[in-house]
Design a protein around this ligand. Structure first.
Ligand SMILES: *Cc1c(COP(=O)(O)O)cnc(C)c1O
Length: 436
């Protein structure tokens, strides 16, 4: 027979099943699926048969040929000191919220009463948690984000050509070129701008209000400060005007926070007479992207019944994460906001010492963290950082997980207020990988 001699290395090519059992290929199969992994194994076996690679190189060749997951998301350690960093996905979810997302990924009772076996109100757990967190709200509703909450207010309350009265000092661009006034006008509502950039008075509102007025909108300038010769009209005064006040508080603080005395919160705004409050779920509340609507039961009902509400509704993952954020332990953003300075200084000293002992030019420094675009403009939160040579910044960003710090005066600062303490070892490892 023209068979291969017994010592033909091709006889030693491992079988497909044996290669697929390789731990890293088995792990890849979990993520990429069997068909993809099998095809790279078969290709590697063919290369071995053609003599291009040795038989024992088949698993390695298969691994090398795996497509990298074309994922647009790469895990990032936020060491910027910016608590709510829009470019880094805003609020990281709490452990409890992540677990809830995992569970709700399957079939759940999101719209079903397991006791009676009949349909139930969608997301009632999350809505009840939100209502419990803000007892001054007559009713609550949740949509995709705060922009959607504002859109729904405009559609349902002023979409028939009604007027929305708003101060020129509060015509905010929220980022990526999106502007709240344009968003409102897109619904068919008419915007009635009052006052000037720096000063708006109660009389400006009073003059503008008439039969066409649907509501007065009070927008929190959450990403900029106007200082100097300024004046604005607060919710309690506006509430006396006799038309509904809708307050876009932005950040999603549900109750006052001592470190952020100028940041509006939902409970206070409602107690002061706002009929509706809108806010984001993924800023200072520390939850998933969502738009929170709280207030007068009749108005919330009108929003909920508007046809567009169906297009703005949140999915079950968001509802689960929101409920866990509201009922569970403090989420990372809240922990970062509440962290005391001395432990941050200790951590910075310890991390810098360990790195310095390994020859890295690392020093602990005091720094200033910030809430970020998510609210409280101008507030500096005392913090501590590990200061490294500037060229660490790019190397750290290229790592896995990527670490994003902040450049200040020619140094790369890793600010610890936005890094959970249980990530310190990961941070250390990331710096070591850049050093070696
Ligand atoms: C962030 C913000 C918005 C937009 O909220 P999203 O949840 O990103 O849609 C609107 N208004 C104010 C005042 C904000 O701070």
């Amino acid at each position: 027979m023209a068979g291969e001699p017994d010592d033909d290395p091709r006889r030693r090519i491992p079988r497909t099943d044996a290669v697929l059992a390789h731990p890293r290929l088995a792990e890849a199969e979990r993520v990429l699926g069997r068909a993809v992994v099998k095809s790279v194994v078969v290709t590697a076996q063919q290369r071995a048969r053609a003599g291009e690679i040795a038989p024992d190189e088949v698993p390695g060749a298969a691994l090398a040929a795996l497509p990298t997951l074309a994922s647009s998301s790469c895990a990032v350690l936020n060491a910027t000191g910016v608590l709510v960093h829009t470019n880094l996905g805003r609020a990281p979810l709490s452990r409890a919220a992540l677990d809830a997302v995992m569970t709700s990924g399957g079939n759940t009772d999101v719209e079903f009463d397991l006791t009676t076996g009949t349909r139930a109100r969608r997301g009632r757990g999350a809505l009840a948690a939100l209502a419990d967190a803000v007892p001054s709200a007559g009713d609550v509703h949740v949509v995709n984000n705060n922009a959607a909450a504002l859109l729904l207010c405009a559609l349902a309350l002023a979409g028939d050509g009604g007027e929305i009265v708003v101060s020129r000092g509060e015509l905010v661009e929220i980022g990526d070129g999106f502007r709240i006034p344009d968003l409102l006008a897109s619904t068919g509502a008419r915007l009635r701008e009052v006052g000037t950039t720096n000063r708006t008075h109660l009389a400006d509102y009073a003059e503008a209000i008439g039969p066409a007025t649907a509501f007065v909108l009070k927008v929190h300038p959450s990403n900029f400060l106007v200082t100097g010769f300024t004046s604005e009209v607060a919710v309690p005064e506006l509430a006396g005007l006799g038309v509904p006040i809708v307050a876009d508080i932005g950040s999603g603080l549900l109750a006052p926070h001592p470190a952020l005395p100028d940041e509006p919160d939902a409970d206070t705004a409602l107690r002061e007479g706002a009929r509706l409050v809108t806010a984001s779920g993924d800023k200072l509340l520390g939850g998933p992207q969502a738009g929170l609507l709280l207030g007068d039961a009749d108005l919330v009902q009108r929003l909920r019944r508007h046809p567009a509400a169906r297009a703005l509704r949140v999915d079950k993952l968001t509802l689960a994460a929101l409920e866990a954020t509201l009922r569970g332990p403090a989420p990372p953003v809240r922990a970062a906001l509440d962290a005391d300075l001395p432990p941050l200084l200790d951590r910075a000293a310890r991390l810098a010492d360990r790195l310095a002992a390994e020859g890295v030019d690392a020093v602990p420094v005091e720094s200033a963290a910030a809430v970020g675009g998510g609210g409280a403009p101008g507030v500096r939160l005392p913090s501590a950082a590990v200061s490294l040579p500037e060229d660490y910044a790019a190397a750290l960003r290229a790592g896995d997980p990527a670490v994003v710090g902040r450049i200040e005066r020619g140094r790369c600062l890793l600010d610890l207020r936005t890094v959970a303490e249980d990530s310190d070892e990961q941070l250390l490892e990331a710096v070591r990988r850049c050093t070696s």
